[in-house]
Design a protein around this ligand. Sequence first.
Ligand code: HEC
Length: 95
Amino acid sequence: MRAGALLLASMTLFGCASEVAWAEPPPGPDAREVLETRCTGCHGLGWVCGESRSEVAWAREVQRMRGYGARITPEEEAALVSWLATASGSPDCAD
Ligand code: HEC
């Protein structure tokens, strides 16, 4: 009861700052979302997810896709590439 009232009071006092901090999504773009928005315009996810590759190999692959016209920011690429290094070749990658 008392703890609840204190919490309420502090939320009221510092509401703005702490609410923003709590509501914030994890830092950086979401890899899965990047995959679905940036990598499915020209081919299906099967092309991307089928084969397991290292982070370095994925970075190279994304660079190659840029050559075809893929548009992806460096932040999105960083999130995607590190996620793909573990997710590619596994059911986490395909739907
Ligand atoms: C502008 C069109 C386009 C976009 C967008 C695109 N790709 Fe591709 N991708 C291609 C084409 C064309 C091929 C087939 C030719 C080739 O493999 O070089 C391909 C093939 C691939 C392959 C298959 C390579 C193989 O050896 O089987 C992978 C992996 C791949 N893309 C990953 C990606 C990823 C990851 C993204 C998102 C960052 C992406 N692609 C976005 C055009 C695109």
